[in-house]
Design a protein around this ligand. Structure first.
Ligand code: ADP
Length: 455
């Protein structure tokens, strides 16, 4: 119970005039400021009903959650804003707090750096101190001599110029990616054929190289696709989250970036994948801090390579939910010269994704088409959530029964019923704002039919 008379008077006023948004907002902020967190949460929720996407109200609600250590709920509240990009920097800092609370240091560091690079005044030294990553480790290929640093690295780089990224061998191939036939075909032509048949390409005077920028709503399968492309090609896979690069210490980000490219070059053929690349390749004109502009320049220089052969056998893929923030310099030939849209799956693709997600589970007869029908606007990540939830319920049933109880259509339908698609509709609305009247070059042709449709 709130025992502050001024707040009680405000609450009473809000009760009498429930649709007065400024009043509710004021009350919620006062409650939050005075530490009445549960009451603040309730008031922010009420305000959100009146103004569903108001970033200040969302941020207030998320802060109330974070201060009550309800980190997952804070992230759910922030998700629609985060998915759109361009959110207020303080929202990024709140997301960083929530992610840290969930133990996801890397994503937390990324959100924090991205926010502070846009508005240094939201910085928080206490939070920044908790985001310092543990010392980086480089995974060397199997069979590399243990103990000694590789001979080709100068001694100084052993201590300072290590990439935090690791080399993986992807167990996936395109057979593990459901639907997306056009996307797979585009990647095949761009990435795989030149590597598999270099003579053919040479005959036409074309060199393998240049990168592909995958864009689309969050969770639609960009990372999965990149990993599958590496497996399809039999190439090593180096995946770089932005937290790997946006180092705490100004100046060392450039070194980390170079070390990451070098790591990929040492393991060619290699797919080098940059997730959330918009933070690294944002328009330089949008950046307030010169050190970020230097990082963009360094990225361009690495993509170009010191000479013609520098990136031979290194295929650079990048993913973004916000392609419109990317500096046009990245789209020049030899850089990310191909933009590939990774769309939300249609009903057939959803059924195929569900089939793939369920293939190693004990299954009864399952009608994947029926589940696909009730999961309109669900992307791959949402469908994975549905399957995980159904499996979880089944696991408990199996424990009770003392034997594995197979998953059925009904279980999946029940799990789907309680789930909500994340953000396709919001993403499409944002995309429409950015690209509807900016498609002179045809760069967004793939996206156009999707944003013109009703979601
Ligand atoms: P994004 O990088 O676009 O945010 P992810 O690649 O992380 O999305 O997708 C999330 C998860 O959804 C993946 O790990 C994968 O399990 C599943 N998924 C997404 N798309 C597909 C697909 N086309 N086929 C199979 N699984 C998919």
């Amino acid at each position: 119970m709130v025992d502050d008379p001024a707040l009680r008077a405000l609450s009473e006023a809000a009760r009498l005039s429930p649709d007065n948004l400024p009043l509710r907002r004021h009350l919620a902020e006062q409650l939050l400021g005075k530490g009445y967190l549960a009451d603040a949460e309730a008031e922010f929720r009420a305000a959100l009903v009146l103004a569903p996407k108001d970033p200040d109200i969302v941020a207030g609600l998320a802060e109330a959650f974070v201060r009550q250590s309800s980190y997952g709920e804070a992230l759910s509240a922030l998700e629609p804003l985060l998915a759109e990009g361009g959110y207020p920097p303080k929202v990024g800092v709140l997301a960083a707090r929530a992610l840290l609370g969930e133990g996801d240091l890397h994503k937390a560091a990324y959100r924090y750096h991205e926010a502070v690079s846009r508005d240094p005044s939201v910085g928080d030294s206490d939070l920044a101190g908790r985001l310092v990553a543990p010392p980086p480790v480089v995974a060397e290929p199997a069979g590399a001599p243990a103990g000694n640093p590789p001979a080709y690295m100068p001694p100084s780089s052993v201590t300072h110029e290590r990439s935090t990224a690791e080399v993986e061998r992807s167990g996936f191939s395109f057979a593990d990616v459901a639907g997306m036939d056009e996307v797979k075909e585009a990647l095949r032509v761009k990435l795989l054929l030149p590597m598999q048949q270099p003579e053919l390409f040479a005959a036409f005077g074309k060199r393998a190289g240049g990168g592909v920028l995958l864009y689309g709503p969050p969770g639609a399968g960009k990372t999965h696709l990149a990993r599958a492309a590496a497996g399809e090609l039999g190439a090593a896979f180096v995946s770089v989250g932005l937290a790997d690069i946006l180092d705490m210490y100004i100046g060392s980000s450039e070194r980390n970036l170079r070390a990451t490219f070098d790591l990929a070059r040492r393991h060619r053929p290699c797919v080098l994948f940059f997730d959330e690349v918009d933070a690294l390749a944002a328009r330089r004109s949008d950046m307030r801090q010169t050190h970020n502009r230097q990082l963009v320049n360094q990225f361009l220089a690495e993509l170009d390579g010191v000479d013609q052969n520098a990136n031979e056998g290194v295929l650079v893929l990048a993913a973004t939910n916000a392609p419109w923030y990317i500096d046009v310099a990245f789209r020049r030939p030899g850089r990310f010269d191909q933009l590939v849209f990774v769309p939300p799956p249609d009903a057939d693709a959803r059924a195929a994704i569900l089939r793939i997600l369920c293939r190693d589970k004990p299954l009864a007869e399952v009608d994947f088409g029926a589940v696909a029908k009730v999961t309109d606007q669900f992307v791959g990540a949402d469908l994975k959530g549905v399957v995980d939830r159904a499996v979880e319920a089944k696991l408990q049933e199996s424990i009770r029964a003392g034997r594995p109880v197979p998953l059925s259509t009904r279980d999946l339908l029940a799990a789907a019923k309680t789930a909500r698609p994340t953000s396709v509709r919001e993403w499409m609305a944002t995309a429409r704002n950015y690209v509807m009247h900016a498609n002179e070059s045809g760069a967004w042709d793939d996206l156009m039919p999707y944003i013109q449709r009703k979601w």
